[in-house]
Design a protein around this ligand. Structure first.
Ligand code: SAH
Ligand code: SF4
Ligand code: F3S
Length: 460
Protein backbone atom coordinates (compact mmCIF):
# COMPACT_ATOMS: atom_id res chain seq x y z
CA UNK A 1 0.00 0.00 0.00
CA UNK A 2 1.38 3.40 -0.83
CA UNK A 3 1.74 5.89 1.96
CA UNK A 4 1.70 9.62 1.47
CA UNK A 5 4.82 11.62 2.26
CA UNK A 6 4.73 15.42 2.46
CA UNK A 7 8.07 17.23 2.67
CA UNK A 8 8.43 20.97 3.18
CA UNK A 9 11.87 22.42 2.50
CA UNK A 10 13.25 25.65 3.97
CA UNK A 11 16.63 27.31 3.45
CA UNK A 12 19.35 26.61 0.92
CA UNK A 13 19.68 24.36 -2.13
CA UNK A 14 21.52 21.79 -0.02
CA UNK A 15 18.24 21.25 1.78
CA UNK A 16 16.38 20.95 -1.54
CA UNK A 17 18.82 18.23 -2.56
CA UNK A 18 18.57 16.50 0.83
CA UNK A 19 14.76 16.52 0.73
CA UNK A 20 14.85 14.65 -2.58
CA UNK A 21 17.26 12.14 -1.06
CA UNK A 22 15.00 11.60 1.96
CA UNK A 23 12.16 10.85 -0.47
CA UNK A 24 14.50 8.36 -2.22
CA UNK A 25 15.38 6.61 1.01
CA UNK A 26 11.70 6.30 1.99
CA UNK A 27 10.46 5.11 -1.43
CA UNK A 28 11.28 1.42 -0.73
CA UNK A 29 9.12 1.68 2.43
CA UNK A 30 6.12 2.54 0.25
CA UNK A 31 6.11 6.32 0.65
CA UNK A 32 5.32 8.45 -2.36
CA UNK A 33 5.26 12.27 -2.54
CA UNK A 34 2.09 14.18 -1.58
CA UNK A 35 1.25 17.82 -2.29
CA UNK A 36 -0.28 18.61 1.10
CA UNK A 37 0.18 17.59 4.76
CA UNK A 38 -3.58 17.02 5.03
CA UNK A 39 -4.05 13.27 5.40
CA UNK A 40 -0.36 12.48 4.88
CA UNK A 41 1.11 9.40 6.60
CA UNK A 42 4.39 11.16 7.14
CA UNK A 43 5.40 14.83 7.17
CA UNK A 44 8.99 16.02 7.13
CA UNK A 45 9.96 19.63 7.73
CA UNK A 46 13.49 20.10 6.41
CA UNK A 47 14.48 23.21 8.29
CA UNK A 48 16.88 26.16 8.17
CA UNK A 49 18.56 27.82 11.16
CA UNK A 50 20.49 30.56 9.39
CA UNK A 51 18.48 33.53 10.68
CA UNK A 52 16.01 33.91 13.52
CA UNK A 53 13.06 34.38 11.16
CA UNK A 54 13.76 31.08 9.39
CA UNK A 55 13.72 29.28 12.73
CA UNK A 56 10.50 30.90 13.97
CA UNK A 57 8.76 29.90 10.75
CA UNK A 58 9.42 26.25 11.56
CA UNK A 59 7.76 26.52 14.94
CA UNK A 60 4.71 28.26 13.52
CA UNK A 61 4.42 25.65 10.73
CA UNK A 62 4.69 22.90 13.34
CA UNK A 63 1.79 24.47 15.20
CA UNK A 64 -0.29 24.24 12.02
CA UNK A 65 0.55 20.55 11.59
CA UNK A 66 -0.80 19.53 14.99
CA UNK A 67 -4.52 19.54 14.03
CA UNK A 68 -3.73 17.47 10.91
CA UNK A 69 -2.07 14.86 13.06
CA UNK A 70 -4.91 14.87 15.58
CA UNK A 71 -7.46 14.48 12.78
CA UNK A 72 -5.54 11.54 11.37
CA UNK A 73 -5.23 9.75 14.73
CA UNK A 74 -8.90 10.60 15.43
CA UNK A 75 -9.78 8.55 12.33
CA UNK A 76 -7.72 5.63 13.67
CA UNK A 77 -4.80 6.44 11.39
CA UNK A 78 -1.31 7.68 12.10
CA UNK A 79 0.86 10.58 10.98
CA UNK A 80 4.59 10.55 11.65
CA UNK A 81 5.97 14.08 11.98
CA UNK A 82 9.72 14.49 11.51
CA UNK A 83 11.84 17.61 11.78
CA UNK A 84 15.06 17.42 9.78
CA UNK A 85 17.72 19.92 8.78
CA UNK A 86 19.59 22.62 10.61
CA UNK A 87 17.00 23.59 13.26
CA UNK A 88 16.75 19.89 14.14
CA UNK A 89 20.52 19.77 14.62
CA UNK A 90 20.69 22.98 16.67
CA UNK A 91 17.46 22.79 18.67
CA UNK A 92 16.61 19.08 18.85
CA UNK A 93 15.57 18.94 22.50
CA UNK A 94 13.83 22.32 22.28
CA UNK A 95 11.69 21.06 19.38
CA UNK A 96 10.59 18.03 21.41
CA UNK A 97 9.72 20.35 24.29
CA UNK A 98 7.87 23.04 22.31
CA UNK A 99 6.16 20.61 19.92
CA UNK A 100 5.68 17.31 21.79
CA UNK A 101 3.63 15.88 18.92
CA UNK A 102 6.82 15.64 16.81
CA UNK A 103 7.88 11.99 16.44
CA UNK A 104 11.36 12.21 14.94
CA UNK A 105 14.08 14.87 15.07
CA UNK A 106 17.00 14.12 12.79
CA UNK A 107 20.13 16.10 11.94
CA UNK A 108 21.39 16.72 8.39
CA UNK A 109 24.05 13.99 8.53
CA UNK A 110 21.68 11.18 9.56
CA UNK A 111 19.32 10.83 6.57
CA UNK A 112 20.62 7.39 5.61
CA UNK A 113 19.30 6.20 8.99
CA UNK A 114 15.80 7.57 8.38
CA UNK A 115 14.23 4.19 7.41
CA UNK A 116 15.40 2.75 10.73
CA UNK A 117 13.90 5.73 12.60
CA UNK A 118 10.60 5.39 10.72
CA UNK A 119 10.49 1.68 11.55
CA UNK A 120 11.03 2.50 15.23
CA UNK A 121 8.29 5.13 15.10
CA UNK A 122 5.90 2.69 13.43
CA UNK A 123 6.55 0.08 16.15
CA UNK A 124 5.92 2.56 18.96
CA UNK A 125 2.27 3.11 19.73
CA UNK A 126 1.31 6.75 19.06
CA UNK A 127 0.63 8.60 22.30
CA UNK A 128 -2.81 9.93 23.24
CA UNK A 129 -3.98 13.02 21.37
CA UNK A 130 -1.16 12.77 18.84
CA UNK A 131 1.74 12.72 21.31
CA UNK A 132 5.03 12.01 19.52
CA UNK A 133 7.45 9.10 19.89
CA UNK A 134 10.50 11.13 20.93
CA UNK A 135 13.05 9.70 18.49
CA UNK A 136 16.10 11.96 18.29
CA UNK A 137 19.19 11.46 16.12
CA UNK A 138 21.50 14.43 15.79
CA UNK A 139 24.82 12.61 15.83
CA UNK A 140 27.54 13.50 13.38
CA UNK A 141 28.06 9.88 12.37
CA UNK A 142 31.53 8.65 11.50
CA UNK A 143 30.24 7.47 8.13
CA UNK A 144 29.16 9.84 5.34
CA UNK A 145 25.44 9.72 4.58
CA UNK A 146 26.14 9.87 0.84
CA UNK A 147 27.76 6.43 0.94
CA UNK A 148 24.52 4.88 2.18
CA UNK A 149 21.80 6.67 0.25
CA UNK A 150 20.19 4.79 -2.63
CA UNK A 151 20.29 6.05 -6.23
CA UNK A 152 17.77 8.77 -7.06
CA UNK A 153 14.28 7.30 -7.47
CA UNK A 154 12.57 10.20 -9.22
CA UNK A 155 13.59 11.55 -12.61
CA UNK A 156 15.52 14.81 -12.42
CA UNK A 157 14.34 18.02 -14.05
CA UNK A 158 16.22 19.62 -16.93
CA UNK A 159 18.24 21.39 -14.27
CA UNK A 160 19.44 19.20 -11.40
CA UNK A 161 21.25 19.74 -8.11
CA UNK A 162 24.16 17.54 -7.11
CA UNK A 163 25.70 17.86 -3.62
CA UNK A 164 29.44 17.33 -3.76
CA UNK A 165 30.50 18.81 -0.45
CA UNK A 166 28.96 19.24 2.98
CA UNK A 167 29.70 21.19 6.09
CA UNK A 168 32.09 24.04 6.67
CA UNK A 169 35.32 24.64 8.57
CA UNK A 170 35.37 28.41 8.11
CA UNK A 171 33.58 29.50 11.28
CA UNK A 172 32.52 32.98 10.24
CA UNK A 173 31.56 34.54 13.57
CA UNK A 174 27.90 35.11 12.58
CA UNK A 175 27.17 31.71 11.07
CA UNK A 176 25.55 28.52 12.39
CA UNK A 177 26.48 26.28 9.45
CA UNK A 178 29.69 24.78 10.92
CA UNK A 179 27.63 23.76 13.97
CA UNK A 180 24.57 22.48 12.15
CA UNK A 181 26.25 20.69 9.23
CA UNK A 182 29.51 19.74 10.87
CA UNK A 183 33.02 19.53 9.47
CA UNK A 184 33.79 19.96 5.80
CA UNK A 185 33.50 16.74 3.78
CA UNK A 186 34.02 16.21 0.04
CA UNK A 187 32.44 13.28 -1.79
CA UNK A 188 34.85 11.12 -3.79
CA UNK A 189 35.07 12.09 -7.47
CA UNK A 190 33.80 8.73 -8.73
CA UNK A 191 30.58 8.99 -6.72
CA UNK A 192 29.98 12.51 -8.03
CA UNK A 193 30.67 11.57 -11.65
CA UNK A 194 28.47 8.46 -11.42
CA UNK A 195 25.58 10.54 -10.09
CA UNK A 196 26.11 13.13 -12.84
CA UNK A 197 26.04 10.38 -15.49
CA UNK A 198 22.77 9.04 -14.08
CA UNK A 199 21.25 12.53 -14.03
CA UNK A 200 22.34 13.24 -17.61
CA UNK A 201 21.10 9.85 -18.82
CA UNK A 202 17.68 10.69 -17.34
CA UNK A 203 17.44 14.07 -19.03
CA UNK A 204 19.27 16.60 -16.86
CA UNK A 205 21.10 19.11 -19.07
CA UNK A 206 22.27 21.50 -16.39
CA UNK A 207 23.98 20.36 -13.21
CA UNK A 208 24.46 22.68 -10.26
CA UNK A 209 27.14 21.41 -7.91
CA UNK A 210 26.30 22.18 -4.31
CA UNK A 211 28.24 22.69 -1.14
CA UNK A 212 28.10 25.11 1.80
CA UNK A 213 31.57 26.00 0.64
CA UNK A 214 31.65 24.28 -2.72
CA UNK A 215 35.00 25.51 -3.97
CA UNK A 216 36.70 24.04 -0.91
CA UNK A 217 35.94 20.73 -2.68
CA UNK A 218 38.85 18.28 -2.60
CA UNK A 219 37.36 14.92 -3.52
CA UNK A 220 39.38 11.75 -3.35
CA UNK A 221 40.15 10.53 -6.88
CA UNK A 222 40.86 6.98 -8.11
CA UNK A 223 44.53 7.87 -8.59
CA UNK A 224 44.76 8.40 -4.83
CA UNK A 225 45.08 12.18 -5.15
CA UNK A 226 42.47 14.85 -4.49
CA UNK A 227 40.68 16.85 -7.19
CA UNK A 228 39.68 20.45 -6.73
CA UNK A 229 36.46 21.89 -8.10
CA UNK A 230 38.05 22.93 -11.41
CA UNK A 231 39.35 19.44 -12.16
CA UNK A 232 35.92 18.03 -11.36
CA UNK A 233 34.27 20.54 -13.71
CA UNK A 234 36.51 19.45 -16.61
CA UNK A 235 35.53 15.81 -16.00
CA UNK A 236 31.82 16.67 -15.77
CA UNK A 237 32.01 18.61 -19.02
CA UNK A 238 32.97 15.35 -20.80
CA UNK A 239 29.78 13.57 -19.79
CA UNK A 240 27.42 13.38 -22.79
CA UNK A 241 24.32 15.47 -22.15
CA UNK A 242 25.86 17.78 -19.55
CA UNK A 243 25.53 21.10 -21.33
CA UNK A 244 25.67 23.50 -18.41
CA UNK A 245 27.58 23.40 -15.15
CA UNK A 246 27.09 25.73 -12.20
CA UNK A 247 28.31 25.61 -8.62
CA UNK A 248 27.25 27.31 -5.40
CA UNK A 249 28.14 28.63 -2.81
CA UNK A 250 31.73 29.71 -3.26
CA UNK A 251 33.99 31.33 -0.74
CA UNK A 252 36.40 34.02 -1.98
CA UNK A 253 39.24 32.55 0.04
CA UNK A 254 38.96 29.17 -1.74
CA UNK A 255 38.97 30.45 -5.34
CA UNK A 256 42.13 29.09 -6.97
CA UNK A 257 43.88 29.80 -10.29
CA UNK A 258 42.54 26.57 -11.79
CA UNK A 259 38.93 27.60 -11.16
CA UNK A 260 39.42 30.99 -12.81
CA UNK A 261 41.14 29.31 -15.76
CA UNK A 262 38.30 26.79 -16.07
CA UNK A 263 35.87 29.67 -16.63
CA UNK A 264 37.97 30.70 -19.60
CA UNK A 265 38.29 27.15 -21.00
CA UNK A 266 34.97 25.43 -20.44
CA UNK A 267 31.98 26.53 -22.50
CA UNK A 268 29.74 24.47 -20.17
CA UNK A 269 30.77 26.42 -17.09
CA UNK A 270 28.21 29.22 -16.93
CA UNK A 271 29.49 32.82 -16.75
CA UNK A 272 27.52 33.61 -13.60
CA UNK A 273 28.98 33.25 -10.14
CA UNK A 274 27.50 33.63 -6.68
CA UNK A 275 30.43 34.86 -4.63
CA UNK A 276 29.34 36.16 -1.22
CA UNK A 277 31.42 39.03 0.17
CA UNK A 278 29.22 40.01 3.18
CA UNK A 279 30.79 43.46 3.67
CA UNK A 280 32.94 46.03 1.89
CA UNK A 281 34.84 46.97 5.05
CA UNK A 282 38.05 45.17 6.01
CA UNK A 283 37.46 45.94 9.67
CA UNK A 284 34.09 44.15 9.54
CA UNK A 285 35.38 41.28 7.37
CA UNK A 286 38.03 40.73 10.01
CA UNK A 287 35.47 40.77 12.84
CA UNK A 288 33.41 38.30 10.81
CA UNK A 289 36.45 36.01 10.53
CA UNK A 290 35.90 35.89 6.77
CA UNK A 291 39.60 35.24 6.10
CA UNK A 292 39.63 37.55 3.07
CA UNK A 293 39.77 41.29 2.60
CA UNK A 294 38.12 43.64 0.14
CA UNK A 295 41.22 43.87 -2.07
CA UNK A 296 41.23 40.09 -2.58
CA UNK A 297 37.57 40.16 -3.54
CA UNK A 298 38.15 42.96 -6.07
CA UNK A 299 41.12 41.12 -7.52
CA UNK A 300 39.08 37.94 -7.95
CA UNK A 301 36.32 39.79 -9.78
CA UNK A 302 38.90 41.33 -12.14
CA UNK A 303 40.55 37.99 -12.79
CA UNK A 304 37.28 36.19 -13.50
CA UNK A 305 36.36 38.98 -15.90
CA UNK A 306 39.73 38.73 -17.59
CA UNK A 307 39.24 34.97 -18.06
CA UNK A 308 35.63 35.31 -19.19
CA UNK A 309 34.63 38.86 -20.16
CA UNK A 310 30.88 38.19 -19.99
CA UNK A 311 31.08 36.94 -16.41
CA UNK A 312 28.36 38.33 -14.09
CA UNK A 313 28.26 38.19 -10.31
CA UNK A 314 25.87 37.68 -7.48
CA UNK A 315 26.65 38.05 -3.78
CA UNK A 316 25.41 37.95 -0.19
CA UNK A 317 25.62 40.91 2.19
CA UNK A 318 25.05 41.27 5.90
CA UNK A 319 24.33 44.76 7.24
CA UNK A 320 24.32 45.75 10.88
CA UNK A 321 27.00 43.28 11.94
CA UNK A 322 28.09 44.18 15.51
CA UNK A 323 30.39 47.21 15.44
CA UNK A 324 29.45 48.23 11.89
CA UNK A 325 29.67 52.04 11.77
CA UNK A 326 28.49 54.33 9.02
CA UNK A 327 31.93 54.40 7.43
CA UNK A 328 31.94 50.59 7.19
CA UNK A 329 28.54 50.65 5.59
CA UNK A 330 29.63 53.33 3.10
CA UNK A 331 32.52 51.04 2.15
CA UNK A 332 30.01 48.29 1.37
CA UNK A 333 28.03 50.64 -0.87
CA UNK A 334 31.26 51.70 -2.59
CA UNK A 335 32.21 48.08 -3.31
CA UNK A 336 28.75 47.38 -4.72
CA UNK A 337 29.00 50.42 -7.01
CA UNK A 338 32.43 49.37 -8.14
CA UNK A 339 31.64 45.71 -8.90
CA UNK A 340 28.15 46.13 -10.33
CA UNK A 341 26.19 43.01 -9.38
CA UNK A 342 23.71 41.21 -11.61
CA UNK A 343 21.73 40.19 -8.55
CA UNK A 344 22.38 39.83 -4.81
CA UNK A 345 20.91 38.83 -1.47
CA UNK A 346 21.16 41.13 1.53
CA UNK A 347 20.26 40.46 5.12
CA UNK A 348 20.09 42.25 8.41
CA UNK A 349 22.47 40.64 10.86
CA UNK A 350 20.61 38.12 13.00
CA UNK A 351 22.36 37.06 16.25
CA UNK A 352 22.48 33.26 16.33
CA UNK A 353 22.77 31.32 19.60
CA UNK A 354 26.21 29.79 20.10
CA UNK A 355 28.00 31.95 17.51
CA UNK A 356 30.75 34.32 18.71
CA UNK A 357 29.24 37.49 17.20
CA UNK A 358 26.00 37.04 19.13
CA UNK A 359 27.84 37.85 22.36
CA UNK A 360 29.48 41.06 21.14
CA UNK A 361 28.38 44.15 23.03
CA UNK A 362 28.48 46.38 19.99
CA UNK A 363 25.14 45.26 18.50
CA UNK A 364 23.80 47.79 15.98
CA UNK A 365 20.36 49.27 16.86
CA UNK A 366 17.54 47.72 14.81
CA UNK A 367 16.47 51.01 13.27
CA UNK A 368 19.99 51.76 12.04
CA UNK A 369 20.43 48.26 10.58
CA UNK A 370 17.03 48.44 8.93
CA UNK A 371 17.78 51.82 7.32
CA UNK A 372 21.08 50.50 5.99
CA UNK A 373 19.41 47.40 4.64
CA UNK A 374 16.88 49.47 2.70
CA UNK A 375 19.61 51.69 1.28
CA UNK A 376 21.70 48.72 0.17
CA UNK A 377 18.70 46.92 -1.28
CA UNK A 378 17.77 50.02 -3.23
CA UNK A 379 21.21 50.15 -4.82
CA UNK A 380 21.26 46.40 -5.54
CA UNK A 381 17.83 46.63 -7.10
CA UNK A 382 18.98 49.45 -9.40
CA UNK A 383 21.90 47.29 -10.51
CA UNK A 384 19.72 44.25 -11.09
CA UNK A 385 17.25 46.35 -13.06
CA UNK A 386 20.05 47.71 -15.22
CA UNK A 387 21.50 44.22 -15.73
CA UNK A 388 18.17 42.79 -16.84
CA UNK A 389 17.32 45.79 -19.04
CA UNK A 390 20.78 45.51 -20.61
CA UNK A 391 19.73 42.14 -22.07
CA UNK A 392 17.13 43.76 -24.35
CA UNK A 393 18.27 43.46 -27.95
CA UNK A 394 20.77 40.70 -27.09
CA UNK A 395 20.44 37.10 -28.23
CA UNK A 396 20.92 34.62 -25.36
CA UNK A 397 21.16 30.83 -25.38
CA UNK A 398 18.21 29.61 -23.30
CA UNK A 399 17.86 26.15 -21.79
CA UNK A 400 14.13 25.41 -21.86
CA UNK A 401 12.79 23.84 -18.66
CA UNK A 402 9.00 23.81 -18.60
CA UNK A 403 5.75 25.22 -20.01
CA UNK A 404 5.13 28.87 -19.21
CA UNK A 405 2.06 30.54 -17.74
CA UNK A 406 0.54 31.39 -21.10
CA UNK A 407 -0.52 29.06 -23.90
CA UNK A 408 2.29 28.02 -26.21
CA UNK A 409 4.92 29.52 -23.93
CA UNK A 410 8.02 27.87 -22.52
CA UNK A 411 10.20 29.03 -19.65
CA UNK A 412 13.93 28.55 -19.63
CA UNK A 413 17.05 30.08 -18.18
CA UNK A 414 19.71 32.34 -19.61
CA UNK A 415 23.38 31.68 -18.82
CA UNK A 416 22.91 34.22 -15.99
CA UNK A 417 20.15 32.16 -14.38
CA UNK A 418 17.49 34.63 -15.50
CA UNK A 419 14.06 33.18 -16.24
CA UNK A 420 13.24 33.71 -19.93
CA UNK A 421 9.82 33.15 -21.49
CA UNK A 422 8.94 32.97 -25.17
CA UNK A 423 6.63 31.15 -27.57
CA UNK A 424 8.14 27.75 -28.32
CA UNK A 425 7.06 24.16 -28.97
CA UNK A 426 7.11 21.88 -25.87
CA UNK A 427 9.46 19.61 -27.84
CA UNK A 428 12.19 22.15 -27.11
CA UNK A 429 12.12 21.40 -23.37
CA UNK A 430 15.55 20.12 -22.42
CA UNK A 431 17.31 21.84 -25.33
CA UNK A 432 19.20 25.11 -25.67
CA UNK A 433 18.12 27.65 -28.28
CA UNK A 434 18.85 31.27 -29.02
CA UNK A 435 16.26 33.78 -27.91
CA UNK A 436 16.31 37.44 -28.90
CA UNK A 437 15.38 39.39 -25.80
CA UNK A 438 12.66 41.99 -26.28
CA UNK A 439 11.45 42.73 -22.75
CA UNK A 440 12.75 42.75 -19.19
CA UNK A 441 11.34 43.12 -15.70
CA UNK A 442 13.31 43.06 -12.45
CA UNK A 443 13.00 39.26 -12.29
CA UNK A 444 12.56 37.90 -15.79
CA UNK A 445 13.10 38.31 -19.51
CA UNK A 446 10.86 37.75 -22.52
CA UNK A 447 11.81 37.31 -26.14
CA UNK A 448 11.50 35.59 -29.48
CA UNK A 449 12.96 32.29 -30.49
CA UNK A 450 15.63 32.59 -33.15
CA UNK A 451 15.36 29.43 -35.22
CA UNK A 452 17.26 28.69 -38.38
CA UNK A 453 16.50 26.24 -41.22
CA UNK A 454 15.97 22.69 -39.94
CA UNK A 455 15.42 23.80 -36.37
CA UNK A 456 12.55 26.05 -37.43
CA UNK A 457 10.95 23.26 -39.43
CA UNK A 458 11.13 20.74 -36.58
CA UNK A 459 9.91 23.18 -33.95
CA UNK A 460 6.93 24.38 -35.99
N1 SAH B 1 28.46 29.32 2.68
C1 SAH B 1 28.04 30.52 2.15
C2 SAH B 1 26.68 31.00 2.63
C3 SAH B 1 26.02 30.41 3.81
S1 SAH B 1 24.54 31.10 4.43
C4 SAH B 1 29.11 31.55 2.34
O1 SAH B 1 30.10 31.32 2.97
O2 SAH B 1 28.99 32.65 1.86
C5 SAH B 1 23.92 32.20 3.23
C6 SAH B 1 24.01 33.62 3.62
O3 SAH B 1 23.23 33.92 4.76
C7 SAH B 1 25.39 34.09 3.99
O4 SAH B 1 26.19 34.35 2.88
C8 SAH B 1 25.11 35.32 4.79
O5 SAH B 1 25.04 36.47 3.97
C9 SAH B 1 23.74 35.06 5.38
N2 SAH B 1 23.83 34.82 6.83
C10 SAH B 1 24.44 33.80 7.44
N3 SAH B 1 24.35 33.94 8.78
C11 SAH B 1 23.67 35.09 9.00
C12 SAH B 1 23.26 35.78 10.17
N4 SAH B 1 23.56 35.34 11.41
N5 SAH B 1 22.55 36.94 10.02
C13 SAH B 1 22.25 37.40 8.80
N6 SAH B 1 22.62 36.79 7.66
C14 SAH B 1 23.32 35.64 7.76
FE1 SF4 C 1 28.89 30.08 7.16
FE2 SF4 C 1 31.16 31.29 6.67
FE3 SF4 C 1 30.97 28.66 6.34
FE4 SF4 C 1 29.73 30.29 4.67
S1 SF4 C 1 31.94 30.12 4.94
S2 SF4 C 1 28.87 28.47 5.62
S3 SF4 C 1 29.12 31.97 5.98
S4 SF4 C 1 30.84 29.75 8.28
FE1 F3S D 1 19.88 27.04 6.36
FE2 F3S D 1 21.25 24.95 7.05
FE3 F3S D 1 21.22 25.71 4.52
S1 F3S D 1 21.03 26.78 8.22
S2 F3S D 1 21.01 27.92 4.71
S3 F3S D 1 19.51 24.98 5.68
S4 F3S D 1 22.94 24.85 5.61
Amino acid sequence: MTKKLYIKTYGCQMNVYDSARMADVLAPLGYSPAETPDGADMVILNTCHIREKAEEKVFSDLGRLKPFKQAKTGEGGDMIIAVAGCVAQAEGAEIMRRAPYVDIVLGPQTYHRLPEMVARAARAVPGPDGKGRGILDTEFPAEAKFDFLPDESTAPGVSAFLSIQEGCDKFCTFCVVPYTRGAEYSRPTEAVLAEARRLAARGAREITLLGQNVNAYHGEAPDGGAWGLARLAYALAEIPGVERIRYTTSHPRDVDDALIAAHGDLAQLMPFLHLPVQSGSDRILDAMNRKHNVALYRRLIDRFRAARPDMAFSSDFIVGFPGECDEDFQATLALVREVGFAQAFSFRYSPRPGTPAANLETQVPDAVAQARLLELQDLLEQQQRAFFAGMIGRTLPVLFEKPGRHDGQLIGRSPYLQGVHCLAHPRLIGTIHDVRITEATLQSLGGKLVLLGDEAASAA
